[in-house]
Design a protein around this ligand. Structure first.
Ligand SMILES: Nc1ncnc2c1ncn2[C@@H]1O[C@H](COP(=O)(O)OP(=O)(O)OP(=O)(O)O)[C@@H](O)[C@H]1O
Ligand SMILES: [Mg+2]
Length: 579
């Protein structure tokens, strides 16, 4: 609960006013039956019209106050709960922005979406409800009991029986119903997951003609949810008839005993009427209270899921030393020093083993190796997308952990293997890494990435609107826009992780040629599959199963590395068979 306090920060006033207004509302409401009984016993029986008018007027006034208090309560409690939800969503979103790759590996994006939307909504509803009923129900219950005892202690013993009976019934109904509600919640999660995953991958589904399969999967889950929901609510609907029964039996008992007392002359008709109203209020409040408690219990699951995000420890953060030093990347020299790495600390084997490598500023380095040999893993350590398990990565002779993440990543542009664009225009996408870039700089970057020509063929050119994740352009075009975006931020170190895999060999060569011409001084790391794309690099690093097994120019490796020769031969062979 304490974790949620900051999100209420701006709503303290509403948080105090909402329950206070409920108190006023309850006071106004609780005296009404008593006033009514006075009208009957004094006004009507004694034919005192003046008394009737006076008391009636008071009742109307109290009703008006109650209505105003009620409206105020609804206003302030929705103000507080909606505001809380907005703050919480913002808090969650910001927290997720600071997540490291390792954090993101653990919590899937689908589940994060459900948490930010669905789970927050559930908390919002619960708060709205609590700010009203959690105050109103116990207060009403308590004051109605006190007044009933005051009216007639003997008759109030009926209440002493009715309350425990109803409480026990509600307890057993809820106890059997609650587990179903928890299951409903979990099923709903699963259904949300299925929907979101399907929507994200809708193109894959279509291309594999798996719509039927997906429909069945959804249908099954949807049906399970329906069945569970029906079971859960059929348990809870039992509460109403049980309460009706307890209430009616109590009323009959009150009329019976109260009637006897009236005949005996110790009780009055008006008192009997008000007594019946009070017992109705008592039992209704009891039911409301139990319903609220049930909703609170159900919201517990949502709260846990939200807290899991809020409590996630961000494992990659700025060190105090880094914040103090405020270093920026100047040259782009990279050193891997006895680096070992694994994704999960409990894993047995290291993904990267004893990496020692020095890359000079301005060098163009190619990295080549079989799929799964940990090429991407290696380069992801440079901008600290993951932290090394052992050893150090240094940039300009400073440990990457001694830079702030902002300064480090400003100096490094990494075009990820799976890269995405945002919806918006091409220009907005390119400027994403450097919002202040001039039009000339944008065009120059696009030219270097061999993107300018195809952009100019679009009717709206740089203002062409891209669909979600750039669906309306080709794979190779998307890759080139990603490269242009990366070079526009003028990094000291540029890393391309298989970023031209969908680009033809000739265009690929032109991209490298313009890098050579225009990105002087920039340290460039290129991960590639084709030896033809990297032959001209200053040096080639050959990786196998997480270890460096070759390091030198193309000619050197051709002489010294059997593995490199094999790769070269196989690719030559492929070229021959292809042509
Ligand atoms: N996020 C991750 N969590 C756990 N293991 C991972 C993760 N990413 C990669 N791995 C594992 O680490 C190893 C190296 O993967 P990596 O992506 O670095 O290979 P790669 O050389 O880039 O391959 P490719 O040429 O196919 O891109 C693989 O065994 C892979 O299963
Ligand atoms: Mg890779």
């Amino acid at each position: 609960m304490k974790k949620y306090f900051p999100f209420f920060r701006n709503y303290k006033k509403a948080l105090i006013l909402a329950p206070s207004l409920v108190i006023i509302d309850v006071i106004c409401e609780i005296v009404q039956p008593e006033l009514m009984s006075k009208i009957v016993d004094h006004g009507v029986l004694l034919k005192d019209l003046h008394y009737i008018l006076r008391t009636g007027g008071l009742m109307i006034m109290l009703s008006v106050i109650a209505i105003v208090a009620n409206v105020g309560n609804v206003y302030y409690s929705s103000h507080a709960s909606v505001g809380f939800a907005a703050e919480l969503r913002k808090g969650l979103f910001n927290k997720i922005q600071s997540f490291s790759f390792a954090n993101l590996d653990r919590l899937s994006s689908v589940s994060l979406v459900t948490r930010i939307t669905n789970d927050v909504n559930i908390l919002q509803e619960v708060i709205m409800m609590s700010l009203r009923l959690l105050v109103r129900a116990p207060l009403m219950l308590l004051s109605a009991v006190i007044i009933a005892v005051r009216i007639n202690t003997g008759l109030a013993s009926i209440i002493a029986i009715a309350i425990p009976v109803l409480s026990i019934c509600i307890y057993f109904i809820l106890r059997s119903g609650l587990p179903f509600f928890e299951k409903v919640q979990r099923k709903l999660d699963k259904l949300n997951g299925i929907i979101q995953e399907n929507l994200v991958n809708v193109r894959v589904v279509k291309s594999f003609v798996r719509e039927d399969f997906e429909q069945k999967k959804f249908g099954r889950s949807n049906e399970e949810l329906r069945e569970l929901s029906v079971k859960a609510s059929s348990m809870v609907v039992m509460i109403m008839p049980v309460m009706q029964l307890v209430m009616n039996v109590s009323i009959v008992a009150i009329v019976w005993f109260g009637g006897n007392k009236i005949i005996g002359g110790t009780f009055q008709v008006g008192q009997l009427m008000s007594f019946i109203t009070y017992i109705t209020q008592i039992l209704m409040s009891l039911m409301m209270l139990s319903m609220t408690i049930m909703t609170l219990a159900r919201a517990g699951a949502s709260s846990e899921r939200i807290l899991e995000v809020l409590d996630t420890e961000i494992d990659i953060v700025d060190s105090p030393a880094a914040i103090e030093k405020k270093l920026v990347v100047q040259q782009g020299k990279i050193i891997f020093e006895k680096v070992f790495f694994k994704y999960h600390s409990e894993a047995n084997e290291f993904v990267l083993k004893d990496i020692n490598l020095t890359i000079e500023p301005g060098e163009t380095i190619a990295i080549i190796g079989a799929t799964g040999s940990a090429k991407s893993t290696l380069v992801q350590l440079i901008p600290r997308l993951y932290d090394v398990s052992e050893g150090r990565v240094l940039i300009d002779d400073v440990d990457v952990r001694d830079y702030t993440l902002r300064n480090l990543r400003t100096g490094i542009s990494l075009v990820l293997q799976q890269n995405e664009l945002f919806s918006g225009t091409i220009k907005q996408n390119l400027k994403w890494g450097n919002p202040n870039a001039s039009d000339e700089a944008i065009i120059a970057a696009a030219k270097d990435a061999q993107a300018h020509d195809f952009i100019m063929t679009f009717p709206k050119q740089y203002e062409t609107v891209l669909g979600q994740s750039g669906v309306n352009i080709s794979g190779g075009q998307k890759q080139r826009l990603c490269i242009a975006r990366a070079i526009l931020s003028k990094p000291n170190i540029l890393i391309l992780d298989d970023s031209t895999s969908a680009v033809d060999t000739a265009t690929d060569a032109r991209i490298r040629a313009s890098f050579h011409q225009h990105l002087h001084g920039t340290t460039i790391l290129i991960i590639a599959q084709r030896i033809s794309s990297i032959q001209s690099a200053d040096r080639i690093i050959l990786i196998d199963d997480g270890a460096i097994i070759g390091n030198g120019s193309h000619d050197e490796l051709m002489k010294t590395s059997q593995v490199y020769q094999d790769i070269y031969q196989s690719q030559q062979l492929k070229n021959v068979t292809a042509s």
